[in-house]
Write a protein that binds this ligand. Structure first.
Ligand SMILES: [Zn+2]
Length: 395
């Protein structure tokens, strides 16, 4: 696939890493930028699962201070979490002027479970390798490169690395009150170094399955709530939900089941969690789900509080290739009216897995395209193709 795609790319000054012949994907790539990979690895060595970001925030904030960035830490409170765990967004800028023309954004938390980093000649592995510590590393090294070249100055850029992206979106919601009004924001998430043209919305619903208990030696006298729940899901997952050609399709995924008490009793209750990635208005898809489950006896649906609609991003005309992303980000909860872009290293196909990975060559290239992106926006040589729709949160 890459061969055709690469042929289709008319700009030659910046070829995506996928287009490089294998022999040019240098071995010992780390040696090309050892500081980049040392910083990345140091972040990966820290467990910053959502809700427990303290050590990661402290490490990154101290590193920024050592580079002479002004760092503000914004406390993020979440009533569902232990108040004794300190959780803070990082907002950093140059000098004393906290207003910014361009906001550089990503997140410090990761999904569970944590596992430590490792690497080989081509890749770095570990929780957060691409989602999103690889983004933070690339963004910071691009900014530092531009500082050394005197291409950014006080008031040009601000860095927002927030907590809670993977689970609560509480960090970005808190950041809405930071009182910064950038013209543009670039968010780093794994996009395989494509410019993201948009991403889907998302929400979670719970299923409640009511069965009938029985002794496990005579299971036919009961009604197994777990089996019933899985059967209901298998029926509903076959259906087509509302979508839009731009965001492609709406997907649902049964991600968690709780049910059963003991090994010798047919369970009479089970609860399932379904994650929805909607390619159409969230409330429309929710209604479709409700009516699908309404037809199934003993299984009912309980909606969750927060839902987001799909959004579009702005892109740079005639730059690197574009693609819509199948996932969502906490940008759906960002209320700023700025142009917004989404781009980053690594792929969603390994994010959130036990084999999360990022290519070293892609990270090195990421530093370069981030530097070009930042410069192009600040000096006006990059033309924004304005497609962005601002998010609509359905409470
Ligand atoms: Zn992420």
């Amino acid at each position: 696939m890459w061969v055709e795609l690469c042929k289709a790319i008319v700009i030659t000054w910046l070829l995506p890493v996928h287009c490089l012949p294998v022999e040019q994907r240098a071995t010992n790539v780390s040696l090309q930028n050892p500081d980049l990979f040392a910083f990345h690895r140091a972040m990966l060595a820290i467990d910053s699962t959502s809700g427990r970001e303290t050590n990661m925030t402290d490490f990154v904030a101290n590193h920024l201070r050592s580079l002479n960035w002004t760092v503000e830490l914004q406390a993020v409170h979440n009533p569902t979490l232990d108040p004794n765990i300190r959780r803070e967004n990082i907002y950093a800028y140059l000098g004393s002027n906290r207003t910014t023309r361009l906001l550089i954004n990503s997140h410090t938390d990761t999904v569970p479970p944590y596992y430590p980093p490792s690497d080989d000649d081509e890749n770095v592995y570990g929780r957060g390798a691409n989602d999103a510590k690889g983004q933070i590393a690339v963004q910071l090294f691009a900014l530092e490169k531009l500082r050394k070249e005197n291409k950014i100055k006080e008031g040009d850029v601000g860095i927002l690395w927030d907590v809670g992206e993977e689970e609560y979106a509480d960090g970005i919601r808190a950041a809405n009150s930071l009182n910064i009004t950038p013209i543009w924001s670039i968010t780093g998430e794994p996009t395989e170094s494509f410019q993201a043209t948009g991403h889907k919305g998302g929400f979670t619903v719970y299923l409640n399955s009511t069965g009938k208990s029985a002794h496990s030696s005579v299971p036919h006298l009961g009604r197994n709530a777990i089996v019933q729940l899985v059967a209901a899901y298998n029926e509903v997952v076959q259906k087509k939900f509302s979508a839009n050609r731009f965001w492609v399709n709406t997907t649902i995924s049964l991600d968690k089941i709780q049910g059963g008490l003991v090994p010798n009793q047919v369970p009479d209750n089970a609860i399932g969690t379904i994650n929805v990635r909607n390619a159409a208005n969230a409330s429309v898809v929710l209604e479709e789900l409700i009516s699908a489950f309404d037809k199934i006896p003993y299984v009912s649906i309980i909606r969750n509080a927060s839902m987001s609609n799909p959004i579009k991003f702005d892109v740079i005309k005639d730059w690197i290739p574009e693609k819509v992303m199948p996932y969502g980000t906490d940008l759906a909860s960002w209320t700023g009216k700025n142009y917004r872009f989404l781009i980053g290293v690594g792929s969603i196909t390994t994010a959130h897995t036990d084999h999360e990975v990022v290519s070293k060559a892609e990270m090195i290239q990421g530093v370069d395209y981030y530097a070009d992106f930042i410069t192009g926006l600040l000096n006006g040589t990059f033309q924004v193709d304005h497609a962005g729709t601002f998010p609509n949160i359905t409470p």
